[in-house]
Write a protein that binds this ligand. Structure first.
Ligand code: MG
Length: 455
C-alpha cells in the first residue's frame, strides 16, 4: 500500500511538475498493422522503428477511429470521434467545400496555448480551403500536400470536376505543383529536422504526416529497388530512415529524454486494388481485410510510443487504446486542459503508456463506423458486427457476427450463437452509440454531433 502510494505520488509529480515534453507524432498513410518489423513485416526492414519499439511501448490493440484518411485524422487532432465532428463520411476531395470546423479545438491549439512551437509537415486532409488550413487550427507553420497524393490532375466524373495539379503549400501559400513524389519523404524529413533544430530550446509539437505509403508509391533513389516487397517496402524503408534521422537529431540536440515520439498510421493497408496498379500490397498481419473496412485490418494499426525515462523500455501493451486518446493524454502531460464545453471521445491513456501495474483500457466500448454507419462494436475481447455492407447485396443471414479477438484475431469464427448474453450486451452498447453519434445504417440521428466546417 505504502509503496503503491509512493509510486502514485511520484507519478503525479513527474507528470505535472516536470517540464512539458516535446511531442512528435509520426503518422503514415495506409501503413498496415503488419508493416513494421516488430509487427511482423518480413519483406522489408524497419530497424529504427523496431528500435523505437524496444526503447518504448508497442501497442497491439491500437485503433484509429476510421478506416480512411480524413475521419481518422480529424479524430487524431480533435480527440473526438469523426462522426461527432461531422467528418465521418468518406474523405475530402479537391472538389470538397467542407473541412474541420474552425471552432474545433485541435491538439496543436491546446499546445500552442501552453507556449509550444507547432508545425505540421506532410498531409493535412482536413480541408484545403484557406479557412480550414492547419495554420487556422493551431499550427504555426505548414509544409505539405493538403490532401492525398493521388488527387492531383484527376478527373472526377461524378462531380464533373478536374482537379488542379497536386499542390504543395507552405503555410497558406501554393509554392509548387506536381512535386516529384520520389522526393516527398526526404523533403518532409528535412523540413521536420529544420523545425526540431530551430525549436530545440522550447517545447515543440511536430506532426509529421507522411504521404507514403499511400499510392502512387515513391521513394528516393537511395531507397528505390531496395526491399523485397518492391516500391511499397521501399517507401516504408525510407519512412523508417526518416524516423531514424529524427531520433539522431533528438540525441544530438540533447533533447531525447524530454521528447515523446508517437508512431502510427491513419488506417490499415489497402489490399484490393493493388494488383491492378501493379504493386505488391502491404500487410495487416493476422488481421482480416484492410483499408476501407471495419474488419480489424482496416482500423487496428501499429502504435509505438517512446519517451526515455518515462515510458518503460520494451513494454508490449495489449490493452485497447485509440488515436483519439492522444489529445487528452498529451494535453495533460503538457499541462494543458482539454476543452470541457464539448464531448471528447479520447481518454487519458498515460497509465497504459507508462506501464502502470494493472492499468486497464479506459474504453468500455470502441465503435467501428464507416461512412457514418455503425458497423461493429468492441468491448473487452469481444467484437460484434451489427451491419456489414456486403449484407446489402446478399439475401443471406443478417444476424450479427460475434468474434472473440483474443482467440480469433482474424475474425474467422462467428460464435454469436454460443454467447447470447455477450451479443445482448454489445447490442446495448451499439444502441448507446446510435443515440449519441447517430447511425446511417439504421437511419438514426445522433444527439451529440457537431457541425462540419463549411465555406
Ligand atoms: Mg490513409
Amino acid at each position: 500500500m505504502l509503496i503503491r502510494m509512493a509510486v502514485l505520488l511520484g507519478f503525479v509529480l513527474t507528470a505535472s511538475a516536470a517540464e512539458p515534453p516535446n511531442v512528435i507524432i509520426i503518422f503514415t498513410d495506409d501503413q498496415g498493422y503488419g508493416d513494421v518489423g516488430v509487427y511482423g513485416a518480413a519483406k522489408f526492414r524497419t530497424p529504427h522503428l523496431d528500435r523505437m519499439a524496444r526503447q518504448g511501448a508497442r501497442f497491439t490493440s491500437f485503433y484509429v477511429a476510421a478506416p480512411v484518411c480524413t475521419p481518422s485524422r480529424a479524430a487524431l487532432l480533435t480527440g473526438s470521434h469523426p462522426v461527432r465532428v461531422g467528418l465521418g463520411r468518406r474523405v475530402l476531395f479537391p472538389y470538397s467545400n467542407t473541412g474541420l470546423h474552425p471552432d474545433e479545438i485541435t491538439l496543436a491549439e491546446l499546445l500552442k496555448e501552453q507556449g509550444y512551437a507547432t508545425a505540421i509537415v506532410g498531409k493535412w486532409h482536413l480541408g484545403h480551403h484557406r479557412k480550414f488550413l492547419p495554420t487556422r487550427q493551431g499550427f504555426d507553420s505548414y509544409f505539405g500536400i493538403p490532401y492525398s497524393n493521388d488527387m492531383g490532375n484527376h478527373w472526377y466524373s461524378r462531380e464533373n470536376f478536374m482537379s488542379p495539379p497536386t499542390p504543395i503549400l507552405r503555410d497558406e501559400r501554393l509554392i509548387e505543383q506536381q512535386p516529384d513524389q520520389n522526393l516527398l519523404t526526404r523533403r518532409y524529413t528535412e523540413e521536420a529536422l529544420r523545425f526540431i533544430r530551430g525549436n530545440k530550446d522550447r517545447p515543440f509539437f511536430l506532426y509529421l504526416a507522411h504521404s507514403m505509403p499511400h499510392w502512387p508509391l515513391a521513394a528516393s533513389a537511395r531507397f528505390a529497388g531496395r526491399s523485397e516487397l518492391g516500391i511499397y517496402g521501399d517507401a516504408i524503408e525510407e519512412i523508417d530512415w526518416s524516423a531514424g534521422e529524427i531520433f539522431k537529431a533528438l540525441e544530438e540536440l540533447g533533447i531525447d529524454r524530454r521528447t515523446l515520439v508517437i508512431f502510427s498510421s491513419d488506417n490499415g493497408a489497402s489490399l484490393r486494388p493493388w494488383q491492378r496498379r501493379g504493386y505488391r500490397p502491404g500487410s495487416n498481419g493476422p488481421l482480416r481485410a484492410g483499408k476501407n473496412t471495419t474488419w480489424e485490418g482496416g482500423m487496428r494499426v501499429p502504435g509505438i510510443m517512446r519517451w526515455p525515462g518515462k515510458i518503460p523500455e520494451g513494454l508490449v501493451q495489449d490493452e485497447l487504446a485509440t488515436a483519439m486518446d492522444i489529445l487528452p493524454t498529451v494535453a495533460r502531460l503538457a499541462g494543458a486542459r482539454p476543452p470541457r464545453d464539448r464531448i471528447l471521445d479520447g481518454k487519458d491513456i498515460w497509465p497504459l503508456m507508462s506501464g502502470q501495474d494493472g492499468a486497464k483500457t479506459p474504453h468500455e466500448a470502441f465503435y467501428y463506423y464507416r461512412d457514418e454507419r455503425l458497423q461493429a462494436v468492441r468491448s473487452g475481447p469481444w467484437k460484434l458486427h451489427v451491419y456489414r455492407p456486403e449484407w446489402k447485396d446478399s439475401a443471406g443471414n443478417r444476424e450479427p457476427l460475434l468474434f472473440h479477438l483474443g482467440n480469433d484475431i482474424g475474425e474467422r469464427n462467428d460464435v454469436a450463437a454460443g454467447y447470447p448474453g455477450v451479443v445482448e450486451r454489445l447490442q446495448a452498447l451499439a444502441e448507446r452509440a446510435r443515440e449519441d453519434l447517430g447511425d446511417a445504417a439504421t437511419g438514426r440521428n445522433g444527439a451529440n454531433v457537431r457541425p462540419v466546417g463549411t465555406l
